[in-house]
Design a protein. Structure first.
Length: 90
C-alpha cells in the first residue's frame, strides 16, 4: 500500500477534493472535508453522498475513478493501484 498520495497541504488537497466532487457531480459536506486525512475518509464521504453500499458494484466502479481524481497530479497509473484506504492524502 502506498503511504501517501503526495498532496502538499498547500491547497492542492482542496483541488483534489474538488476534482472528486466534479467527477461524481456532487458536493461534500464542508464539515466532512475538514476531517479528511486518508483516502478512506474521502471514500466514506463519497459512498455517503452516492448512497451506495461499499460492497456494491457501483462502489467497486467508483473506487478507481476517485483514486485517479485524488491523485491526478501526484500519482502515475502504477502508483494508483497501490492506493488503499489508509493511504494519507498529504
Amino acid at each position: 500500500m502506498l503511504e501517501s498520495i503526495g498532496l502538499g497541504g498547500d491547497g492542492d488537497e482542496i483541488a483534489a477534493i474538488e476534482r472528486v466532487e466534479a467527477e461524481f457531480g456532487l458536493l461534500f459536506d464542508h464539515a466532512d472535508c475538514e476531517t479528511f486525512v486518508t483516502v478512506g475518509d474521502v471514500w466514506r464521504a463519497l459512498l455517503k453522498e452516492l448512497r451506495v453500499d461499499e460492497s456494491s458494484a457501483e462502489a467497486a466502479a467508483a473506487w478507481p475513478v476517485m483514486v485517479r481524481a485524488l491523485g491526478n497530479e501526484t500519482l502515475d497509473e502504477r502508483q494508483s493501484v497501490e492506493v488503499g484506504r489508509e493511504t494519507r492524502l498529504i
